[in-house]
Design a binder for this molecule. Structure first.
Ligand SMILES: *[C@@H]1O[C@H](CO)[C@@H](O)[C@H](O)[C@H]1NC(C)=O
Ligand SMILES: *[C@@H]1O[C@H](CO)[C@@H](O)[C@H](O)[C@H]1NC(C)=O
Ligand SMILES: *[C@@H]1O[C@H](CO)[C@@H](O)[C@H](O)[C@H]1NC(C)=O
Ligand SMILES: *[C@@H]1O[C@H](CO)[C@@H](O)[C@H](O)[C@H]1NC(C)=O
Ligand SMILES: *[C@@H]1O[C@H](CO)[C@@H](O)[C@H](O)[C@H]1NC(C)=O
Ligand SMILES: *[C@@H]1O[C@H](CO)[C@@H](O)[C@H](O)[C@H]1NC(C)=O
Ligand SMILES: *[C@@H]1O[C@H](CO)[C@@H](O)[C@H](O)[C@H]1NC(C)=O
Ligand SMILES: *[C@@H]1O[C@H](CO)[C@@H](O)[C@H](O)[C@H]1NC(C)=O
Length: 741
């Protein structure tokens, strides 16, 4: 049963963002009924009676009462797979799961959002070579919070009508002006009233969906900035491509029933790439709406790209790990949001924030929450908790608050600004609602000492300056492997910029997203694997515009084997996957590691999934593990990276990986293997020379790892295999890691 929740993948400082949770009454007065998804696999080859009728008669059979049966059914999925959603009693769900033709019944769960100079940074200049014609036939689907079509990033000047393969639609709703030739589709899913009916609209009232869509596909908009910060041309990876928006996230989260409906629609609508910046805790593939939806997508050759989560830097935190999914980590870019604080004693302290407020004078009186406390008996005045500060002691002053979230309290009381301390890694800048900055705990203590040392403490917070810095690193919040579902497949797969990303947002949101925030902008900075994911989806669309016939796995392989390794403090490749995307190189990868649908099934068989469970994931009853070749070797699939999880440090490392590459370069070539062995492990590649006489030729090789886990301090050993023909470098990380205990 599905139990935990999915969310948008944006990290938040505790106290910064209040999500409003709401409960909606159910239509049935039988309040024990809950929403279940009844999954019936693939669409029948021949449809004599409508699926809706099939679903209804199944329900009537179980429930008995015709009227209740009619009322309890919420939705029939039937464009890409066969399923329905209904309000059921647990007993009815149990009975249904035993019915002929029913593959599985699972409970609806909540997911969450995982909340531009980046393309230059990634080596894709505005003048990069493009296939405009093919690019304009590519449709990128964003399963997200909706879209604000009027954003200049979605201006359709110069676009022809949607490609002929497009079968989707554009629905109407409150605050939504419709689609154009850039945003060709907009739908929302609100099954079982995930949102109140008067809020049901494809419009993006959150900002997240507009941000991700413009990162992947936005047209170039000159002089984009947030109140002058980060000014430059904002653009997506594929400005000529089309966008189809599928809204599944509402005020309090994103529902499985809606997620599945979005996949059902997007696949049938004819999209090319699906981008999902949403996730939840890791669950078995048999209960995972994103895992199941993306498998259906792959059967139609569609690559699904997902954010890997914001639960780093802890090992074992990675999610959306399906081997057919491209799982994305977030990296930093080469800009830092310096927001300096100057003290009356001349000390200058460098903080990090997105502060668009410039000081109006030189120095202000400075105090701390602890000194400005009122007589309230509740709350924590040092942290500037709401209701704990005395207005008279705050007015006109800058206030030092321990922890995050004091800036609105100080602002409301007429304070001149706030300095907060942040115990997280200082790589992510958060927008402030007033003149404010975040400093390290150590610098915070320094400020506090100064305040306590004098009766006339003074200070000032400057407007943010963007300075150059070395990059990329993996963001501290970015979720890390090792994954727990299929231990010998490395996740995340790849990294892309996800820290302080400037992109379009919706006019219905404010800069900080706080209820008292009045400041709006049509561009804003955001951080999260949510922001990294559409970079990869856009890059995948870019590769596809040169190779429209390539499989989903070929595109994924091209992006992975051409990515640049990243030095990572915490987690190595468990944090970065193969490395930072390099879209320009990915167009010419030389060799690719291809994977077909049957191979994923062979892998699931090897993992011990039962035929019935496989039918559930694949949506097809035709796969039978006793007839399918199980994946060979340690991982059992032709994956573009090599990962071995050993039981313990004492285990003798001994494993074989089988691989098969396809030559996608032109004609004759000779590739030689170059190995960098993980410490204490010998790596043998046989053969270590691959000869190709023509394009599309395939060559097999095997990689044998032998050794001991010698490094006593590390939980992983890193190495690599590079196939080189002097023109191409086809790189796979080789990782040996310990399981998460
Ligand atoms: C529509 O926009 C108005 C004005 O921004 C806003 O107050 C309202 O909440 C929006 N309604 C919906 C359903 O998004
Ligand atoms: C706190 O002080 C205010 C103003 O002096 C007074 O009105 C209020 O009753 C006091 N509250 C408590 C809990 O002492
Ligand atoms: C008040 O909040 C700060 C910052 O979160 C924390 O360090 C401190 O321990 C808290 N004090 C109390 C008394 O809870
Ligand atoms: C500063 O003074 C406040 C209020 O008296 C006290 O709570 C705090 O611990 C002092 N901080 C330092 C660093 O001395
Ligand atoms: C920062 O980097 C950009 C791009 O490389 C360059 O144009 C700019 O001059 C640099 N600024 C500083 C202050 O070094
Ligand atoms: C899928 O790939 C495997 C491994 O390369 C191969 O043996 C098999 O024939 C392929 N199946 C189909 C249906 O192409
Ligand atoms: C799979 O094949 C085996 C052997 O042919 C057979 O016994 C079994 O019933 C089949 N399973 C399914 C689910 O079709
Ligand atoms: C590892 O190999 C050594 C030497 O071959 C052997 O003595 C030892 O028992 C093995 N350890 C394990 C845990 O299998």
């Amino acid at each position: 049963m599905i139990t935990s929740s999915i969310k948008l993948l944006i990290p938040t400082l505790v106290g910064l963002l209040c999500l409003h949770f709401a409960r909606f009454s159910t239509a049935s007065n039988d309040n024990e009924r809950q929403i279940y998804i009844v999954y019936m696999g693939e669409l029948p080859a021949e449809q004599t009676i409508s699926l809706t009728d099939v679903h209804h008669s199944l329900l009537s059979d179980i429930i008995g009462d015709e009227t209740i049966a009619r009322k309890s059914k919420l939705y029939s999925y039937g464009r890409s797979f066969n399923a329905f959603a209904a309000r059921l009693l647990p007993r009815e769900a149990e009975l249904l799961s035993k019915k002929e033709g029913v593959v599985s019944v699972f409970k609806n769960r909540k997911l969450k959002l995982l909340t531009t100079r980046t393309w230059d940074f990634l080596g894709m200049s505005e003048k990069i070579k493009r296939n405009h014609q093919t690019e304009s036939n590519i449709i990128v689907a964003l399963i997200d919070t909706g879209i604000w079509t009027e954003s200049p990033s979605f201006n359709d000047k110069g676009f022809g009508p949607p490609p002929s393969k497009w079968k989707g639609k554009c629905v109407t709703g409150v605050n939504f002006t419709g689609c154009n030739n850039k945003v060709i589709g907009a739908q929302y899913f609100n099954i079982g009233e995930s949102a109140p009916p008067d809020e049901a609209t494809p419009a993006d009232t959150e900002g997240h969906g507009t941000h991700t869509a413009s990162t992947a596909t936005g047209a170039a908009v000159a002089s984009a900035s947030l109140y002058g910060l980060g000014e430059g041309t904002a653009r997506g990876a594929v400005p000529s491509a089309r966008v189809a928006s599928y809204k599944v996230c509402w005020g309090y989260g994103c529902m499985d029933v809606d997620m599945l409906a979005a996949f059902d629609a997007a696949i049938a609508d004819g999209v090319d790439i699906i981008s999902v910046s949403i996730g939840g805790s890791v669950r078995s593939f048999t209960e995972d709406s994103i895992g199941i939806g993306s498998f259906h997508a792959l059967k139609k050759g569609i690559l699904t790209v997902c954010a890997g989560g914001n639960d780093g830097p802890y090992l074992g935190s990675i999610s959306n790990v399906g081997p057919w999914i491209m799982t994305v980590a977030a990296s930093t870019v080469d800009r830092r949001f310096e927001t300096d604080v100057e003290l009356g004693n001349g000390d200058k302290i460098s903080g990090i924030a997105i502060n668009t407020f410039a000081p109006k004078k030189g120095l202000y009186p400075l105090t701390s929450g602890a000194l400005a406390k009122n007589n309230a008996t509740f709350g924590n005045s040092s942290a500037c908790d709401y209701g704990t500060l005395d207005k008279e002691k705050v007015k006109g002053k800058i206030v030092y608050c321990k922890g995050a979230g004091g800036d609105y309290v100080v602002k409301e009381l007429g304070g001149a600004g706030t300095v907060m301390s942040n115990d997280q890694d200082m790589d992510t800048a958060y927008a402030t609602g007033s003149s404010a900055s975040y400093v390290t705990l150590k610098d915070g203590l320094k400020i506090e000492k100064y305040i306590n040392s004098t009766k006339s403490a003074q200070g000032v917070v400057y407007k943010t300056r963007i300075v150059n810095t070395t990059a990329p690193f993996i963001a501290s919040f970015s979720s890390r492997g090792p994954q727990t579902l299929i231990s010998n497949i490395l996740k995340p797969d790849i990294a892309a910029p996800g820290v302080n990303i400037l992109a379009a947002i919706s006019k219905f949101t404010t800069v900080v997203g706080h209820e008292n925030d009045k400041k709006t902008s049509i561009f804003n900075f955001n951080s999260g694997t949510s922001m990294a994911c559409p970079h990869v989806a856009g890059a995948a669309a870019y590769v596809k515009s040169f190779h429209p016939k390539w499989s989903h796995a070929a595109i994924k392989s091209a992006l992975m084997t051409t990515s640049k390794p990243i030095k990572v403090k915490e987690g190595g490749e468990l944090a970065s996957g193969s490395g930072q995307i390099n879209p320009k190189m990915a167009v010419h990868p030389g060799l690719i590691y291809d994977i077909n649908t049957t191979s994923y099934v062979g892998l699931l068989c090897k993992q011990g999934y039962k035929d019935k469970e496989i039918a559930l994931i694949t949506g097809s009853g035709k796969y039978n593990c006793s007839k399918i070749q199980r994946g060979k070797g340690a991982d059992g699939i032709n994956y573009p990276s090599i990962n071995l999880q050993v039981k313990s440090r004492e285990t003798n490392i001994s494993a074989v990986f089988y691989r098969r590459v396809t030559n996608v370069g032109v004609g004759k070539s000779v590739y030689k293997a170059r190995v960098e062995s993980p410490k204490g492990v010998s790596v043998k590649v046989v053969p270590d020379i691959l000869l190709f006489s023509r394009a599309d030729q395939k060559r097999s090789f095997k990689v044998t790892l032998k050794g001991k886990f010698v490094d006593k301090d590390s939980r992983y050993l890193s190495g690599s295999l590079v196939w080189s023909d002097t023109k191409h470098e086809v790189r796979s990380p080789i990782l040996v890691s310990l399981p998460i205990s």
